[in-house]
Design a protein around this ligand. Sequence first.
Ligand code: ST9
Ligand code: ZN
Ligand code: ZN
Length: 334
Amino acid sequence: MAPNIQSAPTGVLQEGDEEIISVVKPSRDDKPTPRKIQLVWRNIIIFAYLHAIAVYGFYLMLTSARIYTSIYAIILYQMGGFGVTAGAHRLWSHRAYKAKWPFRLFLAFCNTLAFENSVIEWSRDHRVHHKFSETDADPHNAKRGFFFAHMGWLLVRKHPDVIEQGKKLEISDLYADPIIRFQHKYYMLLMPIICFVLPVPIPVLLWNETWLNSFCLNIFRYVFTLHATWLVNSAAHLWGHRPYDQFINPSENIAVSILALGEGWHNYHHTFPWDYKTSELGKYSVNFSTCLIDMMAKIGLAYDLKSVSEDMIKKRVLRTGDGTHEVWGWGDKD
Ligand code: ST9
Ligand code: ZN
Ligand code: ZN
């Protein structure tokens, strides 16, 4: 059944769509349509194995792995994270800035290291998520509870509305980029090599780590990156303040921002999705992805960075915020 809501004109939500977006949002008290779920046992079994190895990897990290292997795992988590935040999310899904091909290639590599599906698939799902947030057409509709929004949605067949609405989206801009078109076409070859095969021998060859430690810590870093990402859909759609728009679920969540490299300022992001920072400037310190894009802009590899004027933010805060904005809270309304 198609959701009874208006559509923004294209897949990419831009400045000016702000009003449409706030109109299409369902009430925070709406309940999801009850429906029978179809479990996908292949995914349930794979994720169960991955989690068992990841827990063991964490144990090995605390007990027998070399410190270099742990540092290496953290670096891979950051790199994979950037491939999702600065790459799939801010660059490709939202077109919040533009990037020259060397940076796009780096981001596509990092994105493949994170194995969260190809950028094209990820971005299509993400555009449906923004456009039909908290409805049946939202792939990880948070109205269906924490677990569904977090990882449950990857363990069941998609709601038909997700696919129906997703097919109507304009995604030709994604296919127009040869780098992510290549990643999409060869994903089932590139992903296993970059995410699982390449990372493991490096600690063994460079600092004599054991194969077991190296393998298990790599799985741990992969699963850790997944949970950091998933928390944006679950925790940051359920808990936290809503200083920009109290009528939507997405919230400002500092814990998620720390883990997700600056992506937990989700009330701001859903209110102003075209801002390359996905947050206001004051949140800069907990936003490594913004630091990366700014650095790339300094050396000319990123450009046309889109942002939101202070005046526009202020007006919105006073009109729809929940009063928790540090600068323009309820006090300013009187
Ligand atoms: C993963 C992704 O983890 C995580 C994304 C999180 C997003 C977070 C966003 C938050 C903001 C950013 C924060 C970043 C923070 C990062 C921090 C990092 C430190 N529109 O899919 P199928 C079509 S992935 C249009 O099989 P089923 C599709 O093309 C983890 N069409 O559906 C196909 O068409 P055709 C690893 C769509 O059967 C048909 O429908 N990956 C759409 O229901 C069937 O598609 C996995 O675990 C759409 N939106 O299966 C894999 N969607 O037949 C998981 C689909 O013509 N996926 N279509 O080819 C699957 O196994 C399956 O998709 C499924 C659903 C079982 C979940
Ligand atoms: Zn987004
Ligand atoms: Zn969201």
